[in-house]
Design a protein around this ligand. Sequence first.
Ligand code: COA
Length: 176
Amino acid sequence: MLERHVTLRSGEKVLIRPLKAADAALYPDFLKDVTPEDLRLRFFAAMRTIAPELIDKLVHYDPSTAMAFIAIEEDSGRMLGVVRLHNDDSGENGEFAILTRSHMKGHGLGWLMMKHMIACAKAAGLKTVRGQVLAENTTMLQMCSELGFHSTDDPNERGVKIVELPLIEVSSEAVS
Ligand SMILES: CC(C)(COP(=O)(O)OP(=O)(O)OC[C@H]1O[C@@H](n2cnc3c(N)ncnc32)[C@H](O)[C@@H]1OP(=O)(O)O)[C@@H](O)C(=O)NCCC(=O)NCCS
């Protein structure tokens, strides 16, 4: 359940599995292929790369309150993307964030990683999955809409949308 073998539209075979601390070693090569613009869409701040301290923090999440999955290209062992979900204080809702290699956009990887994360969140008994998305990030908003997320303006941050998916509305088949 926590691992899934998938094939992208472009033919690459990919393993999606839980992120582990040792995966910090895969980040530098991954980040070489992530543009500053994509980092801004992910972190909402201008940055040219991710500092080693932040990588360390990202790979050392608490599995009792968060889940994170890495996509690995099976032929090369390269990291292609990462999706994470952190529970709120109630433990009933998770907040996601996702990032893929910039040159892999449009291959269907983000979609498959989101579906995997949603399936795991549902299996873990969470009620909702939500995320903050910049209003200009039309690809992400379109993808979330197709995945069944509802979108509203973030009342606290201008130019930011909140996308929310009640997991009761998600059938197991839809994310299998
Ligand atoms: C946003 C992001 C995760 C999308 O990943 P991606 O791999 O490019 O997305 P995909 O190729 O899976 O999906 C994109 C497209 O296919 C659609 N799609 C993909 N697979 C599909 C499927 N099986 N069925 C239906 N629609 C599908 C999506 O709606 C979208 O449509 P478009 O290409 O016509 O615009 C990626 O571009 C990224 O990392 N961006 C920078 C960081 C970011 O924006 N993060 C989001 C905020 S946390």
